[in-house]
Design a protein around this ligand. Structure first.
Ligand code: ZN
Ligand code: FE
Ligand code: FE
Length: 198
């Protein structure tokens, strides 16, 4: 580090970070797919795995166009997100709850990638690396679509299904709550407090 680093140096560094992040994700996505119960969710993870392989090839092209060796540099951010995903998979959850949590983990990864590629694309454009910027934009759009797909699955039934067992036995108390309300003041006072937590 004899000389002051330039934006181009920082750019190459961030590209290596992204390259490593994608490689980590090609190992993590099959685990997410395997842990998913919803067939649509499994498909979403599997098809994003295929896309991720294409994104690695796209980065190979980017390095080539910039006359740089395709090399990764350990991405701590994605490693941390994957680590959290692993802890989720070790939890005891019912199927729908696990699916909701897997979506949460997946979306953390997608948002991280959207941030990374958004910056990379903007830097490439600013420096006049237009062809590289176009390649990065293609990947950025895939990450955004993957994120939106997960939102669609969460909001299209998985969250609702998971929420049905969200409060355990309390849900079954819903109706008798009216009956116990007339049994005494104590019960009547406690019932609304329970509802307030929802
Ligand atoms: Zn440059
Ligand atoms: Fe990616
Ligand atoms: Fe992604």
């Amino acid at each position: 580090m004899a000389e002051t680093g330039t934006l181009h140096d920082a750019f190459i560094d961030e590209l290596r970070d992204a390259y490593d992040g994608e490689k980590q994700l090609t190992k993590a996505l099959p685990k997410l797919a395997k842990a998913a119960s919803s067939p649509e969710l499994r498909d979403a993870f599997e098809s994003h795995l295929e896309e991720t392989r294409g994104q690695i090839e796209r980065l190979d092209q980017v390095f080539e166009q910039l006359d740089e060796k395709p090399r990764g540099k350990h991405c701590d951010g994605i490693a941390g997100i994957i680590e959290e995903g692993k802890s989720i998979m070790e939890e005891e959850f019912d199927d729908a709850t696990m699916d909701a949590c897997l979506i949460a983990a997946g979306q953390r990864a997608e948002h991280y990638e959207i941030a990374a590629y958004g910056t990379l694309m903007a830097w490439a454009r600013a420096m006049g690396h237009d062809e590289v910027a176009d390649l990065l934009e293609e990947t950025l759009n895939e990450e955004k679509a993957a994120d939106e797909k997960l939102t669609t699955l969460a909001e299209g039934g998985i969250n609702q299904q998971a929420s049905e067992s969200a409060h355990g036995d309390e849900d079954e108390e819903e109706e008798p709550a009216m009956a116990t309300a007339s049994a005494g003041r104590g019960a009547a006072k406690r019932a609304p407090a329970k509802r307030a937590r929802r």
